[in-house]
Design a protein around this ligand. Structure first.
Ligand code: RB5
Length: 149
């Protein structure tokens, strides 16, 4: 299950991504927003992030104007590793090396076709584990307020 969320600016791109997920036969849940009324992105980013952190959803894709604000909000939820990116290479490497569980896109940054390509490649990429797991563990320790040196 993929958690989706956006602010009012990201809403049209979120609808396009639903078509991609339908094509990929992946289930999704839309955590809003669902109208063009101006709203605050942290609320919706956090809703999707909590769904991923709680295991209700496997991964999440969230969208605002730049992808920055909503990714910052999502990354405040324990267990979330959200990457904001506008290129396929970073998207794939963020899965392979950083085990990102959320992807943030900027609706004012990337076109629809590029956004779909980034999302598709991010969804298909897998975490490689190995030496990268130690670093993920270090990030988790930082999140718990622990020292890592
Ligand atoms: C909303 O105006 C805008 O700030 C938001 O979509 C996003 O770009 C924030 O990072």
């Amino acid at each position: 299950m993929i958690a989706l969320a956006s602010d009012h600016i990201g809403l049209p791109l979120k609808e396009e991504l639903k078509k991609l997920l339908d094509e990929m036969q992946l289930d999704y849940h839309d955590y809003g927003t669902c109208t063009t009324e101006r709203i605050d992105y942290p609320i919706y980013g956090a809703r999707a992030a909590r769904a991923v952190a709680d295991g209700v959803c496997d991964r999440g894709i969230i969208i605002c104007g730049t992808g920055v604000g909503i990714s910052l909000a999502a990354n405040k939820i324990h267990g979330i590793r959200c990457v904001v990116c506008s290129d396929c290479y970073s998207a794939v490497l963020s899965r392979q090396h950083n085990n990102t569980n959320m992807l943030a896109l900027g609706a004012r940054v990337v076109g629809v076709d590029l956004a779909k390509m980034i999302a598709k490649m991010w969804l298909a990429a897998e975490f490689e584990g190995g030496r990268h797991q130690r670093r993920i563990d270090q990030i988790a320790a930082l999140e718990q307020g622990m020292g890592i040196e």
